[in-house]
Design a protein around this ligand. Sequence first.
Ligand code: PLP
Length: 373
Amino acid sequence: MYKLMTPGPTQVSDEVLAARALRFKNPDIDESFVEEYKELCEEISELLGTKNETLILGGEGILGLEAACASLIERDDKVLVIDNGIFGRGFADFVTMYGGVPTLYTADYRETIDVEKLEEYLVQNHDFKIATIVHGDTPSGMLNDVDSITKALKKYDILTIVDAVSSMFGERLSVDNIDILCGGSQKVISAPPGLTINVISDKAKETIKNRKTPIASFYANLKVFFNYYEEKWFPYTMPISDINGLKVAIDRIKNDPDIYARHKRIGEAARKAIASVGLKLYLNSGFNNTVTVFEVPEGTTAADIINTVKNDHDILITGSFDCLAGKVIRIGHMGESANDKDMSETMAALDKTFAKLGVKLNGSLEESFRANL
Ligand SMILES: *Cc1c(COP(=O)(O)O)cnc(C)c1O
């Protein structure tokens, strides 16, 4: 099996895999599961530095984005969709699907959101109930300053939905100005895909409880979870093996005080290496330390680079999609994949790949990466 160096799913530790393989309780009938679920949710909130309640839902990261929109948005609600990337823009579809009216605030896809400009825009345009923001927009490697953006939105009492699926535990963020924060199991958390995390403020809960219309979904309905602990009841049988794996993955993060610093060190060294050999990073600003994105150089294709790295070196990196399809290469260094050894091997594989494809670099990616660590 190849080494996963993609921006999700990431490598998964043997400990997490083993936890998922164990015999399990009946999560519907055995009330001790409710206790374990609650403890894990509280552990996640604590690690994120917030008192807001965490819920874990059975479904891939996209479910968290959809559940946030389905639960908060009512017909004709005005929603500001902050868009400087593919996931940013994608929120508009969920807004429309649940009857809201999206207004796109579109900015340059190569630059992090300029908060001063956003503040100027908000002076004239702030009649929104909700705003959606992406912390790490993974297809381009974008990182937005969510702390400053949510602060600007809170001046106008706008509820905030933040997609931190690819950045949670790799890039710090302050959760207290976020009404629904979304995370996923298969990125920095380093468990297999299958679980989504929603962290919900009291204000979001009140808003959801006071809706005039019912939520037009069952599976993406956060309200049905609000009393799970009192009622010892979940709306559907919880995926207990996935949750047992997540528990071990979260414990590993808890016991890894270096995790944010390591992502930063590896992200910075990777970008320096890319630039030093004459390749071009896709972004001008807003670099997410969990993924490195560079342009496909002249004379080759994304598919040739990815296939050569995979077939000759047993390492999987990836391209991108939508407006970036074929244009860029992405190396994921998230969670368990964010380690010096695997990244050095990936860089060495890229050196050999470019040589084989006849692309001349001004030096070695691997050497430069190691020197900058
Ligand atoms: C991975 C990711 C998601 C979840 O979607 P996928 O189906 O795994 O692509 C959502 N948002 C962001 C920013 C992500 O990186």
